[in-house]
Design a protein around this ligand. Structure first.
Ligand SMILES: [Zn+2]
Length: 110
């Protein structure tokens, strides 16, 4: 499990656990009660995999609803690759060039 976290961090450039923790604290991230539409509170979570977590929620409208439910939070895809990945990709491509190709590239880049 820890290895997968490190691989995700290397591939996506961030720690998924940290991402999840920040997402749960994010003010504009709201979980809404499916029964009454009131704001819900995440009381606990259960990690199903590195990218999927069940969120155990309870409706804040205790007087009229009081529903408890489970929502699933999942990582879907990256919109922009992290800067580190882009730099690593560029370095990998540059290292495959011949000495002459690198010199020509250096003249073109300034
Ligand atoms: Zn409710």
């Amino acid at each position: 499990m820890l290895l997968v976290t490190y691989v995700l961090q290397a591939v996506f450039g961030y720690n998924f656990r940290l991402f999840l923790a920040r997402l749960m604290e994010w003010e504009s991230m709201r979980v809404v009660c499916p029964s009454c539409g009131s704001k819900a509170v995440i009381s606990s979570s259960s990690k199903l995999s590195e990218q999927v977590t069940d969120l155990y929620c309870r409706c804040s409208n205790v007087a009229e609803c009081g529903c408890t439910f489970v929502s699933t939070l999942a990582f879907k895809h990256t919109l922009n690759p992290p800067i580190k990945s882009t730099a690593d990709l560029a370095l990998s491509l540059i290292n495959r060039l011949s000495k002459e190709e690198r010199a020509a590239l250096q003249q073109g880049v300034s």
